[in-house]
Design a protein around this ligand. Structure first.
Ligand code: MG
Ligand code: ZN
Length: 206
């Protein structure tokens, strides 16, 4: 018969670290149609921030949420712009957001066309997993905010919560996305209202 033993010190260390990780809650953000519009664009310079998005992300940042941006940019493989061009453009966007107190990390990019088989395209979870490893995040119960079914399905696959937002313009698979989503709203501001209310309710229960 085995004696019940206190866990080794190393295990306690892991538990304490995990406690700290839980407090860094995560909201994955889609880019096109969620943060910037229009959804279909030939030139990166034609994309602009959707009204109210910086204020909404700033509220998440103030509450301690980490917000990785996960995006499919099939125009990179099509040759309309390079991944370096995209990352430079994103750098400008994230500086503009940071100036408003809205902090995002990434981007985590799938550069492939929709028909190209790859391991990184949503709703596959590779890019979310990569972000979680790089920033020490828990995927379970993390939120995904997006305007298409692939965003919401990715959340389902890794045990997260999908939030559908229709602020950009309505995508073809909007009804499918709504059906799978935990919450469905017309603006990022309203999605963030919902997330913060959920987070507050969970803290009261724990
Ligand atoms: Mg989108
Ligand atoms: Zn890919």
């Amino acid at each position: 018969m085995r004696h019940l033993e206190a866990p080794p010190a190393a295990d306690l260390g892991v538990r304490q670290t995990r406690g700290a990780m839980d407090s860094r809650r995560t909201v994955f953000l889609d880019l096109n149609g969620t943060l910037v519009a229009p959804v279909v664009v030939e030139r990166l310079q034609d994309l602009t921030l959707i009204a109210g998005v910086s204020e909404a992300i700033a509220r998440l940042s103030r509450t301690g949420y980490v917000c990785p941006v996960v995006t499919v940019q099939s125009r990179i493989e099509k040759g309309l712009f390079s991944e370096a061009d995209f990352r430079a453009w994103f750098g400008c966007l994230s500086r503009e957001l940071a100036a408003a107190g809205a902090y995002v990390v990434g981007p985590y990019v799938c550069p492939h066309r929709f028909r190209t088989p790859c391991a990184c395209k949503k709703p596959q979870t590779l890019l979310y997993e990569r972000a979680a490893v790089e920033h020490g995040l828990e995927l379970r119960d993390a939120y995904v905010v997006g305007d298409s079914a692939a965003d919401i399905e990715a959340a389902l696959r890794f045990g997260g919560r999908g939030c559908f937002v229709s602020s950009g313009c309505v995508t073809e698979d909007a009804d499918c996305a709504r059906g799978m989503a935990k919450c469905s709203r017309d603006s990022m501001a309203e999605v963030v209202d919902w997330i913060l209310a959920e987070g507050a309710a969970e803290q009261q229960c724990s």
